[in-house]
Design a protein around this ligand. Structure first.
Ligand code: F6P
Length: 326
């Protein structure tokens, strides 16, 4: 295997708080180990169009606390084509980049996996997404910050919900995963979470809420994971309004506010540890793996496993929510 002299970094897919901390970690760990680093802008798109700049240590100064990604990000359809990937490979050769660290979610890792199946090129992935839906890692970079943003918003909604004695459906992100909704519900003391992994009938929900109102609660909060499977907060709110007109129902859709903001300490430390580990892994000859965290230990998860498997919801968390929301 040829020695690695230059590492390229990119961020792709939806941005997540902590991506900058990861860029900083990969850059500094590479330079610490005597390697050159190149930042690739706009994800796989920048690899195709050659938007690349060499990074020195000062290029990543003062970014650990910033949300978003200084490298910008994109969802790139061209990289899904063999021609796009061939062009990306040409750019890597031209720029003399010997290995890549890609930071992003499932789509990013799938792109990396496809590329390495066609070209003999070392890539290590880092899980960067607020959704926490990547198999093989307990947490993804950005998830903890997004969860805290959700809490901040739900706490505020609860003040008005309680003053007006209303029922609120609050929609959170997660694509097709319920981690943000379920853990957001537990942490905010919400009455219920509607998640794509578990089907929730409106009758069941109404009974739960009714029970709460009967037992001295004067307001209720239900977190709903966005998803075609759940139908979203609007869907549930409409049905409850029609079938149980006694409730004063309102909807809040948190949207992209969940993707922004300064990363929490947890996300910064996770990103720093994973970024450093990615460089070590490449220098150890590892490739086609994603660095993850399992029981607070750094692990290398093959792309094939991280991509193919659905990360399960822990039934214990469902039980905790049900038990504590009485
Ligand atoms: O994957 C992160 C995420 O924020 C999802 O939770 C959400 O479904 C999606 O990205 C939104 O993507 P976009 O910003 O492209 O609309």
């Amino acid at each position: 295997m040829a020695a690695i002299k230059t590492i390229g970094i990119l961020t792709s897919g939806g941005d997540a708080p902590g991506m900058n901390a990861a860029i900083r970690a990969v850059t500094r760990a590479s330079i610490f180990n005597g390697l050159r680093v190149k930042g690739i802008y706009r994800g796989y798109k920048g690899l195709i169009t050659d938007e690349i700049k060499e990074f020195k240590t000062q290029d990543v100064s003062n970014i650990i606390q910033q949300g978003g990604t200084i490298l910008k990000t994109a969802r790139c359809d061209e990289f899904r084509t063999p021609e796009g990937r061939r062009q990306a490979y040409e750019t890597l050769k031209k720029e003399e980049i010997d290995a890549l660290v890609v930071i992003g979610g499932d789509g990013t890792l799938t792109g990396a996996r496809q590329f390495t199946s066609e070209y003999d090129f070392p890539i290590v992935g880092l899980p960067g997404t607020i959704d926490n839906d990547i198999w093989g890692t307990n947490f993804t970079i950005g998830y903890d910050t997004a969860l805290n943003t959700i809490l901040d918003a739900v706490d505020k909604v609860r003040d008005t919900a309680s003053s007006h004695e209303r029922l609120f459906f609050i929609e959170v992100m997660g694509r097709d995963a319920g981690f943000l909704a379920l853990n957001g519900a537990i942490a905010s003391g919400a009455e219920a979470a509607i998640i794509p992994e578990i089907s929730t009938e409106v009758d069941q929900l109404a009974e739960l809420i009714e029970h709460g109102f009967r037992k001295s609660k004067n307001s209720s909060i239900v977190l709903v994971a966005e998803s075609e499977i759940t139908g979203g907060a609007m869907h549930y709110a409409e049905r409850v309004k029609n079938e149980y007109p006694g409730y004063d129902v309102r909807v809040v859709i948190l949207g992209h506010v969940q993707r922004g903001g300064s990363p929490t300490a947890y996300d910064r430390i996770l990103a720093s540890r994973l970024g450093e580990a990615a460089v070590e892994a490449l220098l150890d000859g590892q490739r086609n793996v994603m660095m993850g965290i399992n029981n607070n230990l750094i692990v290398a998860v093959p792309f094939t496993k991280a991509i193919k498997n659905d990360k399960p919801i822990d039934p214990e968390l469902l039980k905790v929510l049900r038990t504590l929301s009485i």
